[in-house]
Design a protein around this ligand. Structure first.
Ligand SMILES: *Cc1c(COP(=O)(O)O)cnc(C)c1O
Length: 360
């Protein structure tokens, strides 16, 4: 059986060398007599895996020492609540930038804990772009500013980091973290569910500036307190050990690939290939402003939606899987995270041209 090109938005493809190493180590990890999934999280074997993964992530992202890295569970969706619970710090208001479906979910959850000021929204443009920097209206008393650098469903990515002065900037990077270098020091907190570009589902990464934690809202559950997890090295309870290990293998793979500078070059090239195929055809369309187009998630529609099912079936027969767009947007979506090889994008582009020739 051949591995297909899987364009799923998440859980998404993992790098093949990572899966092969996991396979090799499945029955026994380095003379330990057991699989990583069977190890005590407090034993020295797993501790070495955990420590190495964090060190590699810190190296890849160049994370400053005054930031904590947390390996949590609960998905990015839990962060929608954990962020206000921890970062309001006595404040009653937070600024949110609304650029799509995931922003909206973050806003809805934050409203349970504070007054949300929507500092900018592109909803009137049906989320086909990002606000201009000058259109972001911050409130003076906001405890933090939240935004979604890459909207996974709409395929919209900020080409800039908003300037929020000395307010902590919080970013839901679930579908863009590790796709290119970032300056972590611009952010108060970064979070990401792992199943897009980091590893398997079940692990959520949080990178948070030390001075922001430790002032939770009264009644915050222990498991929702960043400071508890920071103090316990993400081992207050049993962490998602196997997902942590696999993410560690992904970090090693990224280092072998040449780090995020190299990934950025590859990712930009992959995205350009696909956008060019869409833009040079009269059959396919992507509605997003060219300067705000995502490198990771590329939605597109066919000239005739009645052909959608045929497109998906024919693509599947060619080993091109999970191209169906999100139910809220329709059409197609190709998610091309780090683990999607360039050959996969080329195969998709070839298939699209051939499909257009037959049906266009
Ligand atoms: C997938 C995704 C989420 C939700 O992640 P879960 O881990 O399923 O909770 C949130 N935000 C963005 C930007 C996403 O892509």
């Amino acid at each position: 059986m051949a591995r297909a090109y899987n364009f799923s938005a998440g859980p998404a493809m993992l790098p093949e060398p990572v899966l092969r190493q996991a396979q090799e180590e499945m029955l026994e990890w380095r003379k330990s007599g057991m699989c990583v999934a069977e190890m005590s999280h407090r034993g020295k074997e797993f501790m070495s895996i955990a420590t190495q993964a964090e060190a590699d992530l810190r190296e890849i992202l160049d994370i400053p020492d005054h930031y904590k890295v947390l390996f949590l569970q609960g998905g990015a969706s839990s962060q929608f609540a954990m962020v206000p619970m921890n970062l309001l710090r006595g404040g009653e208001r937070a600024d949110y930038i609304n650029t799509g479906s995931w922003s909206k979910k973050a806003i809805a959850e934050a409203k349970r804990y504070c007054t949300v000021n929507v500092a900018a929204t592109t909803e009137a443009r049906r989320f086909t772009g990002v606000p201009a920097p000058g259109d972001i209206q911050l409130s003076p008393d906001a405890a933090y500013v939240h935004y979604t650098p890459n909207e996974t469903i709409e395929g919209v990515e900020f080409p800039y980091v908003p300037d929020v002065g000395d307010k902590p900037l919080v970013a839901d990077m679930s579908s863009t973290l590790l796709s290119r270098p970032i300056d972590v020091s611009r952010f108060g907190l970064i979070y990401a569910g792992a199943q897009k570009n980091i590893g398997p589902a079940g692990l959520t990464l949080v990178i948070v500036r030390e001075d922001l934690i430790g002032q939770t809202l009264p009644g915050t559950p222990t498991m929702f307190d960043y400071q508890i997890h920071a103090k316990e090295g993400s081992m207050y309870n049993t962490p998602p050990t196997y997902a942590w290990y696999l993410a560690g293998l992904v970090f090693k793979w990224l280092k072998d690939m040449g780090g995020l500078d190299t990934m950025a070059v590859i990712n930009e090239r992959k995205a350009e290939l696909l956008y060019e195929a869409i833009d040079t055809s009269a059959f396919y369309k992507n509605p997003v402003d060219p300067e705000a187009r995502s490198w990771m998630n590329i939605p597109f529609t066919l000239a005739d939606a009645a052909l959608d099912d045929t497109f998906l079936a024919d693509a599947k027969a060619e080993g091109l899987l999970t191209l169906k767009g999100h139910r809220s947007v329709g059409g197609m979506r190709a998610s091309i995270y780090n683990a999607m090889p360039e050959t996969g994008v080329l195969a998709l582009v070839d298939f699209m041209r051939e499909f257009e020739r037959k049906h266009g």
